[in-house]
Design a protein around this ligand. Structure first.
Ligand code: F6R
Length: 261
């Protein structure tokens, strides 16, 4: 794992967006795996800026989102369909037919999940997967105790996740209890992965994911098994890392480090 620590959320977001842009410039028909939530908003803002000001082209890109709340329609303001449209898709030239987001309203979840997995494969697999991390260490909605070999399926959200995400809803009871989510196994098949985390409230999850044992209790720790993961952290999220000095030393010495190119 490569650990890149930036002082601020904005710097972290710009550095991660640069990696995405580099992927699109070298492979214009790349398949992106996308995340929602507060964490990637800065990356999407920067990608939109690069599209508008520097012509970053999404015309051949295909995207697969990680997850969606069960029961929310596409136009529900808290649905991940709506989030992606508002934060990225409506601002760039990605063809709508190339956008895949799990359905929160299908009447056959089992068939839908199998189809979603198949579509990822038919599109050639995910080249670059963007991830946030939950305060309970989840990636996508793979809550603690999820199988590290899991595939796209329905998950019951943990109480911690419901409490964390209640900030987007009027009241906690409005947060859906179920989500459809790519599995840990699905995520690990991406050819490269960017894990982003910002804020002191993520510091415990970050240290467990990066420096703790690989365990289904912190599904982000499974990323330790992947050969191409870059973690972009802001300073508060990195604060509890035992090897922080080492990562920063590597970052300073590494001629190819993304923030220096
Ligand atoms: C969202 C997702 C989740 C979030 C995580 C962190 O698509 O898959 O795993 O990345 O819950 O959420 P934020 O970024 O809101 O702190």
């Amino acid at each position: 794992m490569e650990i890149i620590v930036q002082e601020t959320y904005e710097e972290m977001s710009r550095a991660a967006a640069k990696v995405v842009a580099r992927m699109l410039n070298s492979k214009p028909n790349a398949v992106l795996g996308l995340a929602t939530g507060s964490t990637p908003q800065g990356v999407y803002r920067e990608l939109v800026r690069l599209h508008k000001n520097e012509g970053l082209d999404f015309s051949q890109v295909t995207s697969f989102n990680l997850d969606e709340y069960v029961g929310l329609t596409k136009d529900h303001p808290q649905s991940y369909h709506y989030f992606m449209h508002e934060n990225l898709f409506k601002h760039v030239n990605i063809p709508p037919q190339n956008v895949y987001i799990p359905s929160g309203t299908t009447d056959n979840y089992v068939a839908f999940c199998a189809w979603y997995e198949r579509r990822i494969e038919e599109c050639g697999g995910i080249d670059l997967q963007l991830l946030g991390i939950g305060s309970d260490g989840h990636i996508a909605f793979n809550e603690p105790s999820s199988s590290l070999g899991s595939r796209t399926r329905i998950k019951t959200l943990a109480r911690q996740t419901i409490a964390d995400n209640a900030r987007f809803f009027e009241k906690t009871e409005d947060v859906p209890i179920y989500a459809i989510t790519m599995g840990v196994g699905t995520i690990l098949e991406a050819r490269s992965i960017l894990l982003l985390a910002n804020g002191a409230h993520k510091a415990d999850a970050v240290v467990a994911a990066i420096e703790g044992p690989v365990t289904s209790m912190i599904t982000a720790s499974a990323l330790q098994l992947h050969p191409d993961v870059i973690c972009f952290l802001d300073r508060p999220a990195a604060d509890k890392l035992k090897m922080l000095d080492y990562y920063q030393w590597v970052q300073a010495k590494h001629p190819g480090a993304p923030q220096g190119t």
